[in-house]
Design a binder for this molecule. Structure first.
Ligand SMILES: Cc1cc2nc3c(=O)[nH]c(=O)nc-3n(C[C@H](O)[C@H](O)[C@H](O)COP(=O)(O)O)c2cc1C
Length: 348
């Protein structure tokens, strides 16, 4: 089955939450954004939806420079992630909480976790997993998917809960042979955690240092939207940062992540792994982010649609589509390897 076949199924299952439109852009007329200001965010962006829309717009204003005269080659998308060779610099974002996009009628939380982790693994890449208000030490579907079903082939991003909770979670994943762990520091603005009385905190550089020193696994800090935070996380020992506004779900009126990527790359390229997400839907978008200077990207909502529509197979097929479009984009812009990609590939 194709990406489109899976989307047709997802459209039925996500009725009322996501219209599964061909372009997922958070526009005000779309179902996900149709709620009035202050209502639960469902699958959309928080408040007016501006942060979600800005992610898509920031990418849209960048265009690819065609370069067709030169020698023949087959683009190589292989990517090294902490010593693991991936088929592409594209991974599945840490999304959790099926209640936001249809609940058990769409897919159960354990099945969603397995589909994203195993579908990514089949495609030769990694499905990251997140954390939400329903998760406890008695209910850990992400752990089950990554450590019991995929031999540790996954990344766990915990909400910025209490330090002792994070340490316990990190240790479990370390013992379960996970690839990396981290926290989404922007999760301190999660309306879903707040509404369900699950405390989340701002994290200080000392908190991050403590976590880095506590585990042997690389620690990733996700939810960076300023040069200042990027520098602070790097100086505290984070091995990777994810530039992200949580798909526009934690604070209204933030810029598109592609816009924030430029100054962070200028400041930190080569000092920390720079990963980014927000509004990335195709390999063409991926190439734009790599051209600005990201090392790799995460895909959010489109992976949900793939998982709901086709489970593990749906996710695998969607990653294949992403890789195929990245190869096409590299082929048509004259770059053979990820290392060859520079800002020269894009027109601003
Ligand atoms: C329904 C939903 C749930 C999410 N849950 C989490 C989570 O548990 N942890 C996390 O780090 N990010 C979470 N995110 C943010 C994603 O990891 C990612 O940053 C975002 O979806 C990227 O934007 P995109 O959806 O436009 O691709 C969630 C996003 C959505 C849409």
């Amino acid at each position: 089955m194709s990406v489109e076949d899976h989307r047709k199924i997802a459209k039925e299952k996500m009725r009322g939450k996501c219209g599964v439109f061909s372009m997922c852009d958070g526009a005000p007329n779309k179902i996900c954004q149709g709620n009035s200001y202050g209502k639960p965010i469902g699958f959309g962006g928080v408040g007016s939806g501006a942060s979600f829309v800005n992610n898509v717009q920031a990418l849209k204003k960048l265009n690819l420079k065609m370069r067709e005269i030169g020698e023949n080659y087959t683009p190589d998308t292989k990517y090294d992630f902490f010593g693991h060779e991936l088929t592409m610099p594209i991974m599945g974002a840490s999304i959790t909480g099926v209640n936001s996009f249809g609940g058990d009628n769409a897919i159960t939380e354990p099945d969603f976790c397995k589909a994203t982790v195993l579908g990514a693994k089949e495609a030769g890449t990694i499905g990251w997993r997140g954390d939400t208000y329903t998760y406890t030490f008695d209910f850990m579907p992400c752990y089950d998917a990554i450590c019991n079903h995929a031999d540790g082939w996954g990344v766990k991003i915990s909400k910025p809960r209490d330090q002792e909770v994070l340490k316990k979670v990190f240790k479990m994943y370390e013992e379960g042979n996970a690839i990396a762990v981290g926290t989404d520091v922007d999760g301190c603005g999660s309306t879903i955690m707040a509404a369900n009385n699950k405390p989340v905190f701002r994290k200080s550089p000392e908190d991050i240092k403590e976590l880095v020193n506590y585990t042997k696994l690389p620690v990733i800090i996700k939810g960076i939207m300023s040069v200042e935070d990027a520098v602070a996380a790097t100086e505290a020992g984070a091995k990777a940062i994810v530039i992200s506004n949580h798909g526009g779900r934690v604070l209204d009126h933030t810029p598109g992540t592609a816009d924030v990527l430029f100054p962070i790359v200028d400041e930190l390229k080569g000092k920390v792994r720079i990963i980014i997400d927000g509004g990335i839907r195709t390999g063409y978008d991926v190439l734009k982010m790599l051209a600005i200077g990201a090392e790799s990207v995460l895909i959010g909502r489109d992976i949900v649609r793939a998982a709901v529509g086709g489970g593990t197979e749906g996710v695998n097929v969607y990653f294949e589509f992403l890789q195929k479009t990245l190869v096409k984009a590299m082929w048509m812009t004259g770059v053979a390897t990820l290392e060859d990609i520079t800002r020269d590939v894009i027109y601003k």
